[in-house]
Ligand binder design. Structure first.
Ligand code: SF4
Length: 487
């Protein structure tokens, strides 16, 4: 019997997952299939993104829901960022009376760590119900609640009996369980399957309906572009879970097929939907750049029986944007680029650089696994060898590499690159366009504008310094990555 996925990416049976590696991309592509990449760990680490915030962000915009974070106060620090995204999303969707997400934190302290935090959790759940009477209350666990062994499921079930019209959904996203932050998305989907979909049947399939799973980092304008592209070939979308609702989730089993916008989002959930309901899915690459948008769309078209329509549409769309892309190519040809971001975006954006004739020279990405192998091979064939840093965050390695490689432009979250005075833009922007054919033009214009007008970051670099000694910049960026069996 197939083993059910438990939500920890490192423990998936069908692939090794690496998050501590650095070196040549060609070497990585050669070594991974032979199991020679080398299990490693960092002897110095600057802190990882925790999976809990990904669970929170995936669900925060759910209609008629409240959220209880069962943790010390600090764990909920990133909720303010998630709330900002939620507010921006409301604005972009036409709302002018913006509201905050309904988040409560149990504020576990030293006393609770010794005596247990279940009483605080009960109180917070009741408070969430008294204040908001929501249809759903999501409860997020933390390292502290996991270590002290609070029985979050039992407390949730017990309190749920007091107000049965609300559904309380515990999500097991303790940060210590995984170094791969995408595990947090998996934890959210496992809870959706267990608590919201549990009694749902396949029912009558709705022809032409596609489950479109999208991470919260996808902007509304990107959502519209992807829905427009799919609409051109007669596909309608059940867009999940951002700005979603329990009704839309219950509709999931009736879709003809599933896909995700990001390669490391909902992939395990789609396998589960296939197992439970027989829903086929397409899992290719994020639609950034024309090459990857083609690949993504053809993957969807194949399982939806729309390949002919898709090929005709791609030819039309490519012809329409080609003059604009050609213009951008003249401005960007030969420029070197360093890319960083989430795993799905980074590899997809690497191929985007080729649309404009740019050369990829370095990349920092959180994970390397079987799914990524074909993307690395694609990038090696497009750009040749480049420096690959497999790291969940680790800005000290990033700045070391940037100082050495000196790219013409940096694509990614630019906090550190800007302090080095490098022109920068990013593809992880919930406020602006990134995906699909038309947004490719927007992205290219942004990259070109940054290279041609670098003054802002140059000024930042004059006044905002980085905390590293000069000696670090000449050192080996990967000196703290210790392979098993090596000192
Ligand atoms: S859940 Fe754990 S890893 Fe995540 S923020 Fe809290 S203490 Fe840190």
């Amino acid at each position: 019997m197939a083993k059910q996925y438990g939500g920890i990416r490192e423990l998936r049976p069908d692939t090794d997952t690496y998050n501590d590696w650095g070196g040549s991309s060609v070497q990585a592509a050669a070594d991974f299939p032979r199991n020679c990449l080398g299990r490693a760990d960092r002897s110095f680490s600057q802190g990882l993104q925790c999976q809990q915030i990904n669970s929170v962000m995936a669900l925060l915009s759910m209609e008629d829901a409240a959220f209880v974070v069962h943790s010390p106060l600090g764990c909920a620090g990133c909720c303010s960022m998630a709330n900002d995204w939620f507010r921006v999303g409301q604005l972009h969707r036409g709302s002018f009376a913006l509201r905050n997400a309904r988040i409560l934190v149990t504020n576990l302290d030293q006393r609770d760590v010794i005596l247990g935090g279940e009483a605080k959790l009960r109180r917070a759940l009741r408070l969430a119900w008294e204040r908001y009477s929501p249809k759903l209350i999501f409860v997020f666990t933390s390292c502290a609640s996991g270590i002290i062994g609070d029985d979050v499921d039992a407390v949730s079930a017990e309190v749920n009996e007091e107000f049965p019209e609300t559904l309380i959904v515990p999500i097991h996203c303790e940060g210590f369980k995984s170094k791969v932050c995408a595990s947090g998305y998996d934890a959210a989907f496992i809870a959706i399957t267990k608590y919201i979909l549990k009694d749902e049947q396949r029912g009558d399939t709705i022809p032409g309906l596609l489950n479109l799973f999208a991470p919260p980092t996808v902007s509304y304008v990107d959502q519209l572009e992807i829905e427009r592209i799919l609409g051109e070939i007669g596909i309608t979308c059940n867009y999940i879970p951002f700005y979603s609702s329990p009704d839309k989730i219950r509709k999931i089993p009736r879709a003809q097929a599933s896909t995700a916008i990001c390669k490391v989002f909902a992939d395990e959930f789609m396998k589960e939907l296939e197992r439970l309901y027989g829903i086929p899915y397409s899992h290719t690459i994020m639609p950034i750049g024309s090459r990857n948008t083609d690949r993504w769309l053809l993957g969807v078209a194949k399982i939806m029986g729309k390949e002919e329509e898709a090929r005709a549409y791609i030819a039309r769309e490519r012809a329409a944007i080609e003059p604009l892309v050609e213009c951008l190519r003249r401005r960007l040809e030969g420029k070197t680029v360093f890319i960083t971001g989430g795993t799905g975006r980074t590899f997809a954006a690497g191929a985007l650089a080729d649309d404009f004739g740019m050369k990829l020279i370095g990349m920092q990405t959180p994970t390397y696994d079987k799914e990524i192998q074909e993307d690395v091979e694609q990038l090696n064939s497009l750009h040749g060898d480049f420096v690959l840093d497999v790291a969940n965050m680790m800005p000290f390695e990033q700045v070391n590499l940037l100082k050495k490689l000196k790219p013409d432009v940096f694509i990614g979250v630019p906090i550190w690159a800007a302090r080095l005075g490098l022109p920068s833009t990013h593809v992880l922007d919930i406020k602006r366009p990134t995906l699909g054919y038309r947004n490719l033009v927007y992205l290219g214009q942004k990259i070109a504008a940054q290279i041609e007008n670098p003054g802002y970051n140059k000024n930042i670099s004059r006044y905002a310094t980085l905390p590293y000694k000069e000696s670090w910049y000449v050192d080996d960026p990967f000196k703290f990555i210790r392979r098993e069996g090596k000192k």
